[in-house]
Design a protein around this ligand. Sequence first.
Ligand code: FAD
Length: 365
Amino acid sequence: ADAVRDVVDVVVIGAGQAGLSAAYHLRRLGARFVVLDANPAPGGAWQHRWRTLTMADVHGIAKLPGLDAPHADGDTAARDTVPAYYADYEDRFGLPVVRPVRVRRVANADPAEPTGDLLVHTDAGTWRTRALINATGTWERPFWPSYPGAATFRGRQLHTHDYTGPDELAGLDVVVVGGGASAVQILGELAGGAASTTWVTRREPVWRTDDFDPAAGRDAVALVEDRVRRGLPPQSVVSVTGLALRPQEQRAAALGAYERHPMFTAIEPEGVRMADGTFRRADAIVWATGFRAVLDHLAPLRLRETSGGVRLVAREDAHTPTTAARDHRVQLVGYGPSASTIGANRAGRVAARSALREVERTAVA
Ligand code: FAD
């Protein structure tokens, strides 16, 4: 085993919205902690969003505790604006972020003492800690569903994760897969420039015609919350709040880009076989099929239920479960119901308190 680089009360993994919110509260509560972040620069996953994703396209970035969110023009790139805000935030509050540091594995310091200290093994040494706040997001685990024939396709297949903007698909026949906000946005950008677009989703999309209804948003969060309380894999909050077309998507709508087709049944070398048996030629398939939680490094702690999800319990705030049911040393933020910038904020505060409660408990024991 490698030498221990530092000993702390709490290690936070990830410096996105969730990790920074947790760090702010840990600092205020006087904790001895560190934030380990795999990215080369501040910004969490936002630094990797495609260039054409503007501040007008995103649903709004909730402010982090203690500092107003940036008032950026709608046409500035989210990948510039949000990382600049996070960088300023880290500076202002003197948050102890160490980067780039990739956590490989978290395990018990003493296998005979499964409630003792944890060792956080990274590519830059090992940290020893009493409690852990995991805020690793989903960006690094794009989800690619498998369909028959995918390996035979001669064109290009890419995930939202790798999409850089409409230019790379100009003049091509493109099939876009997925029923979420990313699919809607990418179709909006491609229409007009691509030779053709075909939109396929498993379920009929649910369109919001009204302005976004906060009550519906809360209901959606409650639904995901209920899933993690039962240990089921979470769904994305955004996927259950419904879709809306914004002004920048009206042109694409007029061009028919949002005519939705049921999921294709197979992929062939030159295109896709549609559910009704017809063939559609394609040069590219864009998989806007979402992301899954990045949790592999926690595997030694065996947090997962047999149903596949990590069951979370609420220990500080009945409405905000952040504590892993199978291991109270571990808090998950930005997971399930808190996988939005608003949810991440609240979860960060609760997780900081829950982690420190665990530190106090083990200090007394
Ligand atoms: P991230 O921002 O992903 O940060 C996680 C950090 O953890 C990263 O810096 C990563 O490098 C680090 N990390 C991961 N694994 C490790 C490891 N093993 N070791 C060390 N560090 C690690 N939400 C909204 O509220 N509004 C929006 O408009 C919005 N738009 C979105 C648009 C897109 C295209 C997508 C994909 C998501 C969007 N979301 C939006 C959801 C968004 O992901 C969350 O709101 C939020 O930004 C996620 O924050 P986070 O802190 O959980 O994760």
